[in-house]
Design a protein around this ligand. Sequence first.
Ligand code: HMG
Ligand code: MG
Length: 301
Amino acid sequence: MPYPAHVKIVEVGARDGLQNESTVSSEDKIQLINALSVAGLKHIEAGAFVSPKWVPQMADSLDVINGVSVAPDVVLSALTPNLRGAQAALSANVKEFAIFTAASETFTQKNINCSIEQSIERFKDVVQLAQQHGIKVRGYVSCVLGCPYEGDIEPEAVLKVCKQLLALGCYEISLGDTVGVGTPNKVKSVISLLLQHIPIDKLAVHFHDTYGQALANIHSALELGIATIDSAVAGLGGCPYAQGASGNVATEDVIYLLQGLGIDPQIDLERLAKAGWAICDALNKSPVSKVSLALQAKCAS
Ligand code: HMG
Ligand code: MG
């Protein structure tokens, strides 16, 4: 199959990235999201309405989302684990909710304190509220290529949860390699099974880069026709309930790959890299993205 003609990037750095970094100020987060918008990103996950005791880094999501100033065609989304989270997201005027569960029972318990079935039950209220207000709902399935607690995950378990989320009313399912353990053959076997039951335009990939396989895995997904990719500027972050997991694949690296494949995601790579450098300065760390580091060295020379 040829590569998709267009690829949608879902930028998750301000949520997935910053949820697992030391806390930065709300103003730094606002600057980051504004800068991502200026770089051309149209889908930005801006925060999470989760328990501040569980993830204190996301406690200011309401202030952050209320404070940003993005292009009118930018879709801001946020994690909404339950009705309370969805109500808060609604008050922040987010355009898309994201519900999240997993293909692993143990991870689901550790991450959202309930079973997979209970999570699906919980999400019914979230989806109902979203539908009442014309808000789209995205679903995440974590641990699709492996679990930090259970190890290998059967592709059939992934399929089952994807079907449940689609039946609830999710318009898209993002397949999370939460711990970044997958390799291209595993990607192919899981996605090939899903494609026997689920239209391709309903699937996205969300790969963490712990073992350095995320770009290779994304390339495999592109070869299968997947056209929505989640990534985090500068390769920030990870999941606080997946010990040892490093950040998402870096958006800069994905954009460079896409450009090389002849797919133009219409994102200004230099501006994107600058957004990454600014938030990394605030975090007092270097970007993980190789493309970002190469551009930084080029600018310095
Ligand atoms: P719980 O403890 O089971 O629920 O939490 P609860 O209803 O008993 O509430 C406990 C406390 O949280 C109460 O406060 C509630 O008021 C409060 P207390 O009485 O103790 O003071 N609470 C809330 N506060 C603010 N907003 C809310 C909310 N709900 C309850 N919405 C809950 C259940 C899901 C809330 C909790 O487990 C939680 O917040 N977990 C955090 C999960 C999380 O954010 N994980 C990281 C994101 S997922 C991820 O990174 C994976 C992904 O990137 C894909 C991938 O990589 O695979 C998406
Ligand atoms: Mg993630």
